[in-house]
Ligand binder design. Structure first.
Ligand code: ZN
Length: 165
């Protein structure tokens, strides 16, 4: 396992569509392990998508258990080819991103989601979640589609905040 370097805006890879995984092979497992290691290396990081390490594959890892301890959550989740199949409600929160190091943004997302994905055993899973975990998953799935949270900020004037270092 190794910590991968994070690509940041305006790297054009962040705007590309990631490709679906066909087989969960050794390469995928290694990639997932590196993503996990990279996620935990960055304090306060709650999710990472493979593209953020320069790999255009539809893999997402989230873990909100450290940052949002008090909220119900599922701990570490590895999602291969994730797809939101149902969503409802609205929830606005301040988001950050390793690939957008200088800013935080107020973003509105769905409050509850149902996401379908493959686990590392190529088994189809359906996860129902809400709140911060749902936000983290939506944020990461956006990356797979070449989107970043800046695209969802309503006003660059009032909803974008420079991050304090
Ligand atoms: Zn991000």
């Amino acid at each position: 396992m190794s910590i991968s370097e994070i690509i940041t805006i305006p790297n054009p890879l962040l705007r590309k569509i990631s490709q679906p995984i066909e087989n969960v092979d050794e390469e995928v497992v290694t990639l997932v392990n590196n993503l996990k290691k990279t996620l935990y290396f960055h304090k306060n990081c709650v999710g990472i998508a493979a593209v953020q390490t320069g790999v255009l594959k539809r893999i997402v890892v989230t873990d909100v258990s450290q940052s949002f301890k008090e909220h119900k959550n599922n701990g570490p989740i590895v999602m291969i080819n994730p797809q939101i199949v149902y969503s409802s409600g609205k929830l606005s929160s301040r988001e950050g991103c390793l690939s957008v190091p200088d800013f935080l943004g107020q973003v509105e997302r769905k409050k509850k989601i149902e996401v379908e994905y493959l686990d590392l055993n190529e088994k189809k899973q359906i996860l129902k979640t809400s709140g911060f975990e749902a936000i983290a998953i939506q944020h990461e799935i956006d990356h797979l589609n070449g989107k970043i949270f800046l695209d969802r900020v309503t006003s660059l004037k009032t909803d974008l905040f420079r991050r304090k270092r």
